[in-house]
Ligand binder design. Structure first.
Ligand SMILES: [Zn+2]
Length: 141
């Protein structure tokens, strides 16, 4: 084979290798996002249920009122109804609800895994520990 053709062949081969690698990477990322989405959605359902249970267990009239209001409202609007209307004993649940919804929204718009403060990529280890993490190590040590 003439030298020039060999060279072209190498370039073509490398190009194919590169393309295959990119596609494999994309597929890998897409699959991971589906897994993450499943995981986040499952936790979100749990947290929403826990919120209902906690309100149901309360003997405060206001909590019972809110409970029936939540049952008539789509779960995607619950945060709005609860965020500023419940005491400190609910804050852990509510902030978890907030993070989970934000992470799911980021997957939808293709921004998952980026820090919401500095927009840098959050490292995988941190995302593995908590897939709903919103900030990188530097912004939230
Ligand atoms: Zn950051």
């Amino acid at each position: 084979m003439p030298k020039r053709r060999v060279l072209i062949q190498i370039i073509i081969n490398e190009r194919i290798l590169f393309d295959n690698a990119s596609i494999a990477h994309l597929e890998d990322t897409a699959m991971n996002n589906t897994e993450i989405q499943t995981k986040l959605s499952a936790e979100l359902a749990q947290v929403r249920q826990r919120l209902l249970d906690m309100l149901a267990d309360s003997d405060q009239g206001y909590h019972q009122q809110l409970l029936s209001q939540l049952k008539d409202t789509p779960p995607s609007d619950w945060l709005e109804l609860t965020a500023n209307n419940l005491g400190p004993e609910y804050q852990i649940l509510i902030s978890r609800l907030e993070k989970l919804e934000a992470a799911l929204c980021q997957i939808d718009i293709g921004q998952y895994g980026y820090c919401c403060d500095c927009e840098e990529k959050i490292d995988d280890e941190r995302l593995l520990t908590d897939p709903a993490t919103q900030r990188c190590r530097r912004c939230a040590p």
